[in-house]
Design a protein around this ligand. Structure first.
Ligand SMILES: C[S@@+](CC[C@H](N)C(=O)[O-])C[C@H]1O[C@@H](n2cnc3c(N)ncnc32)[C@H](O)[C@@H]1O
Length: 451
């Protein structure tokens, strides 16, 4: 049971830290394509391994809770021109990568990747695979919407070496899904899971959300019954992010219907208890995996990593993002693509990388990034003062001392460790290291609530 006084104090707007610095604090408004390209080239000089994220933004209908970057259409004529632009973008990056890059990780995200016809996806991927090396044990996965994922999608992507599928479940209650305009039934989730297993996928992830409008503990218990029966290898149990100032569709339901604060956290705790009872391990923030899954093994071996795609078992220093709104990461720089499809395609028609904002990390950014990442993946971080002389460290320590007084962390001279009471507040604990946030606290709303 979470302490009410802690909840009152720490359930504030806080970043999810999929990057550090967080996107609102990136400083380069219009990074020149050349400057970003040079960073990619430099990263590729020392590393042949790359991760690729491809954003496929179309969805046939709008799920009103959705916080992702997407474009709603039923017109499938958009597929080929979009994929052509993605291939143009890949060609531009390819020129920065010497020799044959080793593609360690590939993720198709959305939007809805299964909006695209399987043969169109085959064309895209075979064109990219022509000049990369794909090592044994590469991690290839895609996001599957159960209502549009066909056996042909699953077979085609399996032939293209995909072994992981992430199924968007959200909640198994059909009525709750109708309320947020998600066209999906529990029956479709079962069918998608069964077909994926028959085809040969050995890693199945479910995305679930707690905190949806009118969701109660009864729903979470029923979701857990389904999970007991279906046993996916991994579960992302996301906290519903309510950001109506960014996503207008979230005003389609009443805020009074949203479980908040203690009620919302109870949904998570109810889910966690059931999942741990079934043998799942809690991984980082909001994730669970069976002990045999590579995420659990990575946690055990200290190699767990987190990037824009989520938790992953390994770290690839160079991540290239293709597609509208996709983000690339060279470890010392980030860049994000144009968010609109028209803007994205126009830039590529003109033969230039479609980046529209980014950030080049300073030494201090890199140090703070490492601490935040370690907290998110290992629940602790250590530092060595003489090497990390930094003018902001006294302020970081003062914030950590405050968290230690509230029992959220244990603080030693060179180490901070998250306690069981601190786990619900991992985002707040990471904030202690967020130099940008404390230098200029946001005036308007930027982030969703911490709990
Ligand atoms: C790009 S979306 C899903 C892909 C696919 N279109 C689908 O709906 O199945 C990735 C995941 O983000 C999560 N998500 C989307 N909006 C969210 C929000 N407002 N709060 C928390 N999680 C959210 C959902 O769990 C979703 O499955």
């Amino acid at each position: 049971m979470i302490r009410p006084d802690l909840l009152a104090k720490y359930d504030i707007a806080a970043p999810r830290y999929t990057s550090y610095p967080t996107v609102p604090y990136w400083t380069v408004e219009q990074p020149s394509a050349e400057a970003w390209f040079e960073r990619v080239q430099r990263a590729a000089e020392t590393e042949r391994d790359i991760s690729l994220y491809i954003h496929l933004p179309f969805c046939e209908s709008l799920c009103t809770y959705c916080g992702c970057n997407k474009h709603i259409t039923k017109n499938h004529a958009v597929e080929i021109p979009y994929l052509r632009a993605v291939l143009r973008e890949w060609k531009l990056y390819r020129a920065a990568l010497p020799g044959r890059p080793v593609l360690r990780e590939l993720h198709l995200g959305g939007g809805t990747p299964t909006f695209f016809q399987p043969e169109h996806l085959r064309w895209l991927l075979e064109s990219i695979f022509e000049d990369v090396e794909i090592p044994l044990g590469a991690h290839f996965g895609f996001e599957a919407h159960p209502n549009s994922t066909t056996e042909a999608h699953l077979r085609t992507l399996y032939e293209l070496r995909f072994r992981r599928v992430s199924i968007g479940v959200q909640d198994f209650d059909d009525g709750l899904m109708q309320l947020v305009n998600r066209q999906q039934t529990a029956e479709e989730v079962l069918r998608c899971t069964e077909t994926a297993r028959q085809v040969g996928y050995h890693s199945i992830n479910y995305d679930l959300i707690f905190g949806l409008p009118r969701q109660t503990e009864v729903h979470i218990q029923r979701d857990a019954d389904y999970l007991e029966q279906l046993r996916p290898d991994r579960i992302a149990f996301y906290s519903y992010a309510h950001v109506p100032w960014l996503k207008q569709s979230q005003t389609a339901y009443s805020e009074a219907d949203l479980p908040g604060g203690a009620a919302k956290r109870r949904l998570y705790e109810a889910g966690r208890e059931r999942l741990e009872g079934m043998g799942y391990l809690e991984i980082g923030m909001d994730h669970f995996a069976l002990p045999t899954d590579t995420l659990s093994l990575a946690l055990e071996h200290g190699t767990l990593h987190r990037n824009f795609m989520g938790y992953t078992p390994m770290r690839t220093p160079l991540m290239i993002g293709l597609g509208a709104s996709a983000i690339g990461d060279t470890w010392n720089a980030f860049a994000q693509n144009e968010k609109t499809i028209a803007g994205y395609q126009l830039a590529l028609d003109a033969g230039r990388l479609p980046v529209f904002r980014g950030h080049f990390l300073t030494e201090q950014d890199r140090r703070m990034r490492k601490h935040i990442l370690q907290l998110m993946t290992r629940d602790e971080t250590t530092w060595f003062w003489p090497e990390e002389q930094d003018e902001i460290l006294p302020a970081v320590l003062a914030r950590l001392e405050q968290l230690a007084e509230d029992g959220l962390v244990e603080l030693e001279p060179f180490r901070v460790r998250v306690t069981a009471a601190g786990r619900p507040f991992l985002r707040n604990i990471c904030m202690a290291f967020d130099a940008h946030y404390w230098a200029k606290q946001p005036e308007g709303k930027l982030f969703s609530q911490a709990v």
